[in-house]
Design a protein around this ligand. Structure first.
Ligand SMILES: *Cc1c(COP(=O)(O)O)cnc(C)c1O
Length: 470
């Protein structure tokens, strides 16, 4: 049948694209910046949705468009914002999740998908230093949702009256603490949770960009004196801007002494625990009451794949359990139905792609992947310094923030360098503002495919942009 032939051809085309993807992506420009109005007009003309498009043609069209109109975050010369090259096994896992469409709202609908996620989360929890038998964890859409869950757990545990009466039922305004280098998803969390952004206290950082625990304690005491209710400290393990790790044991100590929930946002940096060499950098992370970790960052799986872990399973149930008359009964006493212990209701098998990547690579394979990217970050620092650039941040994780004497003396700007690189299109880096340090250029090793040649190419692009090479 014609339809079957078209479908077969479409899948064949997709298979070819996936198998050859590594060489295809290398052959494409990293940066593509179509004119928004032109792109929109082109698509509107092409697709009026009046005539059906055969699926094989449609597949070819989609591939052509995706090749042409994206910044290719899976390109080894994309030095960007934690968006990874995806492991082939994880793409297969994700495609199967789309195909079988397992429904994880209740265990009984998707027993094997449920248990594969559980196995995966238990393995990752142990690497964090949590006891897999006493923790609870689930997949989220990303780090922002995981940070929301962490905050809601803290709220329902420390301010239980808010669950029924809302914030107005609380005698004192709850406040939380983070640093200026923390992720700004917490500003949204403050709005979405009803806490309000005034409840967010920004703790100063030192010149190393790490939260100052002494300042934290001083602010908690001052807030207590002023009649507020401090309830949550957020430490970051691998800040988005500079890859810096807050002093987790010291923050845990301050939080514990004052009875605050301690959440660690390790959205990107959490993956350092895969490597025995890097794991000690995250010392103290297991003291956290809850942890955010994104698989769709340094675990190199497709978006969205966040995770949230807690040492307090009962807090998860308290925050999210709602009983209804229409959901199927629990399968057994050893299984928890996700819709009762997470914010989502219908639930995609987000974890299938993470399981697939972990099973295919193994923990040791992941350690090599993480160590390779770390080594590439170290090498990039050496190459930049040798070429006259100056490093601005201090971390062992592969985020490199840097500037140049010609930027500091005002001859050029970080934005001009960035834009010159985008215009040539062969690499992508970003500009970042760091507390007390102003603007810098930022390059992160986000692809496990990035090699020394890619680093030399980036440094070459930077030299052209700064005007030291043609
Ligand atoms: C990326 C990031 C987030 C947000 O995660 P999403 O997956 O983009 O929602 C939160 N915190 C940190 C430290 C991050 O790097």
């Amino acid at each position: 049948m014609a339809h079957d032939d078209a479908l077969r051809a479409a899948w064949q085309r997709l298979t070819d694209e996936a198998i050859d993807f590594e060489s295809i992506i290398r052959s494409l420009p990293v940066v593509n910046q179509p004119d928004p109005a032109e792109l929109r007009a082109h698509l509107e003309e092409f697709y009026d949705f009046a005539e059906p498009v055969p699926v094989d043609q449609l597949t070819n069209q989609l591939i052509a468009m995706l090749r042409r109109y994206l910044i290719h975050v899976t390109h080894p010369r994309y030095y960007g914002l934690f968006n990874p090259s995806t492991r082939p096994a994880s793409v297969i896992g994700d495609a199967l999740a789309a195909l079988y469409n397992p429904q994880l709202a209740v265990w009984s609908h998707a027993p094997v998908a449920q248990e594969l996620e559980r196995l995966t989360l238990r393995c990752l929890a142990s690497l964090l230093g949590y006891d897999p038998d006493t923790m609870a964890a689930h997949f989220t859409s990303g780090g922002a949702e995981a940070n929301l869950v962490g905050t809601l757990l803290a709220l329902s545990d420390r301010c239980p009256a808010a669950a029924t009466g809302g914030m107005r039922a609380l005698e004192r305004q709850p406040v939380l603490y983070l640093s200026g280098e923390s992720h700004h998803s917490f500003v949204k969390v403050a709005r979405m949770s009803g806490l309000g952004t005034d409840a967010v206290r920004q703790v100063p950082v030192g010149s190393d960009l790490r939260m100052d625990p002494v300042a934290l304690e001083r602010m908690i005491v001052a807030d207590l004196d002023a009649g507020f209710q401090p309830f949550l400290v957020v430490g970051t393990a691998g800040t988005t801007g500079a890859g810096v790790i807050d002093p987790l044991p010291e923050l845990a100590d301050v939080a514990t002494r004052h009875g605050l929930w301690f959440h660690v946002d390790a959205a990107w940096g959490g993956s350092a625990v895969m490597s025995p060499t890097l794991r000690p950098l995250l010392r103290g992370i297991a003291l956290a009451d809850s942890i955010t970790w994104d698989a769709h960052k340094w675990l190199s799986v497709p978006m969205g794949g966040g995770m949230v872990f807690t040492r307090h399973p009962e807090a998860m149930a308290k925050a999210f359990t709602v009983l209804s008359g229409y959901m199927p009964p629990a399968a057994s006493s050893i299984t928890a139905d996700p819709h009762l212990v997470t914010p989502q209701w219908s639930r995609r098998s987000t974890g299938l792609k993470v399981f697939a990547a972990l099973a295919e690579l193994g923990v040791e394979g992941y350690a090599r992947l993480v160590d390779h990217q770390t080594a590439m970050g170290e090498r990039l620092r050496e190459l930049l310094v040798a070429a006259g650039w100056q490093l601005v941040n201090d971390t062992r994780l592969p985020v490199v923030c840097f500037t140049h004497p010609r930027i500091t003396d005002g001859t050029t700007t970080t934005s001009a360098i960035r834009d010159a690189i985008y215009a040539r299109g062969t690499a992508w880096i970003s500009e970042v503002v760091l507390t007390g340090k102003g603007k810098a250029l930022r390059a992160c090793i986000t692809s496990y495919l990035t090699n020394e040649e890619d680093l030399l190419a980036l440094v070459g692009e930077l030299e052209i942009a700064i005007g030291e090479r043609r």
